[in-house]
Design a protein around this ligand. Structure first.
Ligand code: SAM
Length: 261
């Protein structure tokens, strides 16, 4: 039987708890009862769990044996900020597809009022991601960063990863071909320019140990932004001949990457 999975707010070696509104959902909306069986993700483990006590804003579990959980190649999604309702949809679906980190980015063509309001949305995005993670039986929700300018996200990822493309070997974001065993790969999705599709780029590489994908705003990336990606050793790839809305592009890109990796 597939048991519903929760991500613990608190845990120790043999017990775990949900707290606050998270617990209220289980205690009031789903009317949890002592003795009910679930799975609870505690850090990097998933354990069988039995409800030990139920209060409005606190549900405690006794933890049982570990449930096997498979590790997936980490995928970071650098997502330019676009209309919030559509962006929330992208966050939910990409969480279901097991994206590891989402970095909301203020791009040149992000609408100004959205850029200004974005920081107030982050908690909501994190809540949506946690609910989607539990619903899709993930071990943890994706980490969702605070909104920042593209330049800052590129610098952060650049510091964290070894270059995916040897400098000088690939002159632009349009057609990188170099892959290293065990490489950290970074790919910007662009609807004009790249000849290679995302699938082709991924199939040409063995042993990708981590992947970053970047999806632009409704108006697309500017030429200058694509140049910044190239300078930071990102390759560019296409998702085919039709132009997709940003949320469709994000979901399609993560789904293709999951399938190829
Ligand atoms: N600039 C375009 C326009 O206004 O016609 C549309 C940009 S599209 C709505 C938003 C983002 O989705 C793009 O920046 C790109 O990252 C991604 N995207 C959409 N279609 C794509 C495709 N066919 N290949 C690669 N990326 C795509």
């Amino acid at each position: 039987m597939t048991r519903r999975r929760w991500i613990a707010d608190e845990f120790s070696a043999d017990s775990a708890a949900l707290t606050g509104a998270h617990a209220a959902h289980l205690s009031r909306t789903l009317r949890a009862r002592v003795g009910q069986q679930f799975e609870v993700a505690c850090g990097d483990q998933v354990r069988r769990a039995t409800v030990a006590s139920v209060q409005d804003e606190r549900v405690e579990f006794t933890l049982g044996e570990e449930v096997e959980a498979r590790e997936a190649v980490p995928i970071t999604l650098l997502l330019a900020i676009f209309k919030f309702d559509r962006m929330e949809w992208a966050i939910e679906k990409c969480t279901e597809l097991n994206v590891t980190t989402i970095l909301p980015v203020i791009a040149r063509r992000t609408e100004k009022h959205l850029a200004l309001a974005a920081s107030k949305r982050v908690e909501r995005w994190r809540r949506i991601a946690r609910e989607a993670a539990e619903q899709s039986r993930r071990i943890a929700p994706p980490e969702i960063g605070d909104p920042e300018k593209l330049k800052e996200s590129l610098a952060k990822l650049h510091d964290r990863n070894v270059p995916a493309v040897v400098p000088g070997e690939d002159s632009g974001p349009s057609r990188g071909t170099s892959g290293h065993p065990g490489c950290d790969l970074r790919i910007v999705l662009a609807e004009t320019g790249p000849e290679a599709t995302l699938s082709e780029v991924l199939r040409a590489r063995d042993n990708v140990t981590s992947l970053a994908l970047a999806v632009g705003p409704e108006g697309g990336w500017t030429g200058e932004e694509l140049q910044s990606f190239a300078t930071s050793h990102w390759m560019a790839a296409s998702l085919g001949d039709t132009i997709l809305r940003a949320e469709t592009a994000a979901i399609a890109a993560v789904a293709i990457a999951r399938a190829e990796l």
